[in-house]
Write a protein that binds this ligand. Structure first.
Ligand code: ACO
Length: 347
């Protein structure tokens, strides 16, 4: 049995906010943001857009690709996506910014929006490692039931609505976006070959939305302020992230997969890391002696879109032809929880 990738898609809001745009209203600068993070821009959704809107758009693009359509015409795209919709058995949506808190899942809303009426649907919360976790979750769910064949795995975030726009230490880091992959269980080869999923819960306070859950619920009459926004201990997350990326890539390289006695650096076409900070990836690459051109970065354009960074990057590489059938791809993610992990994919 193989788990193959038959379509990818992404959805990024058209509104682009540069570092200079932020510096016009906040005590920051393009120079500081670029030199500390590698970020140049971020895309921000309009007020009326939700997580499930972006997720459904990314999903439709992945579904249309699976049906053979990759053009720009939305009517044709929707027609192609609609052909595929009833064949989807499962939607796994990784997000930390769902439409609603707790229930319903954003995945159920996506199910309705894309017309995937035969699909089970659920969200998973694994911070920025969500898509990495989502691939293994969906692959596992396909493998245990012979009736299930296809799953949509989506990472989608609307972080702009969960950011304190007065806090320069966090607001410059994040953006909105969604990416999706349609995977299929086949008798072929290639596809998702291996995954690693890890967590270190002792760091759960390093990155969180503190208020609104059962730990610190909202109280009657309370004025809700910044407690609903993302809080982060930047230094702690930074140190954790460099180790997580280094350890995960190191462990993936030691994995035995079909066709490779051992995986050597030359065998890997691309490493697709979570895009949180260019310096984190540079530090890990230096430790592992990875030629930096192997690593795909698009943080300059999108900033950190949490669980969406990896599927957005995969879709960019796929649509541009930079990754082709048979190429060996590593993904590596890290984020709130704290969680980390990676996937080995033969495209
Ligand atoms: N503009 C200008 N100055 C700033 C800004 C800003 N946007 N933000 C912070 N500063 C200032 C601070 O106030 C501080 O000033 P001070 O020395 O006068 O007190 C100075 O810059 C240094 O601040 P640090 O926080 O020490 O800066 P650091 O070099 O650690 O960079 C950063 C901060 C970029 C957040 C870094 O710690 C980091 O990248 N951490 C990891 C973050 C991360 O990866 N998060 C996401 C992972 S999980 C997920 O994706 C959800």
């Amino acid at each position: 049995m193989a788990i193959n990738f038959i379509g990818t898609g992404r959805a990024v809001p058209p509104k682009r906010v540069s570092n200079d745009d932020l510096a016009a209203q906040l005590d920051t600068s393009d120079e500081w943001i670029r030199s500390h993070t590698g970020i140049g821009n971020r895309h921000i959704a309009d007020e009326n857009i939700t997580c499930s809107d972006l997720a459904a758009e990314a999903a439709r693009n992945a579904m249309a690709m699976a049906a053979g359509y990759t053009g720009e015409d939305l009517t044709e795209r929707n027609k192609a996506a609609a052909e595929i919709a009833p064949t989807i058995d499962m939607i796994v949506l990784a997000t930390v910014t769902p439409d609603y808190f707790g229930t319903p899942s954003a995945a159920c809303i996506v199910q309705e929006k894309i017309g995937a009426k035969n699909a089970a649907a659920m969200d998973i919360i694994a911070g920025c490692t969500g898509f990495v976790y989502g691939l293994e979750t969906a692959a596992g769910l396909l493998s245990v039931n012979p009736q299930r064949k296809r799953a949509l795995v989506i990472g989608a975030e609307l972080l702009s609505k969960m950011i304190n726009w007065d806090d320069r230490a966090t607001c410059v880091l994040f953006g909105d976006g969604a990416g999706a992959a349609l995977i299929e269980k086949t008798d072929g080869s290639g596809g998702l070959k291996h995954t690693l999923m890890s967590a270190d819960g002792s760091g759960h306070e390093s990155l969180l939305f503190r208020r609104g859950g059962t730990r610190y619920p909202f109280k009657k009459g309370e004025v809700i302020d910044t407690g609903i926004c993302v809080e982060m201990n930047g230094q702690e997350v930074y140190n954790f992230a460099v180790k997580a990326v280094t350890d995960t890539i190191g462990a993936l390289m030691k994995t035995k997969i079909d066709g490779y006695a051992e995986i050597k650096m030359d065998d890997i076409t691309r490493i697709v890391p979570h895009q949180a900070n260019l310096r984190i990836v540079q530090a890990a690459a230096k430790r592992l002696k990875i030629p930096f051109e192997k690593i795909y970065m698009n943080i300059e354009e999108y900033a950190n879109t949490s669980s969406a960074t990896i599927p957005i990057a995969l879709d960019e590489l796929n649509r541009s032809g930079e990754i082709k059938k048979g190429d060996l791809i590593f993904t590596v993610g890290f984020g709130g929880g704290l969680t980390y992990g990676g996937n080995i994919i033969i495209w």
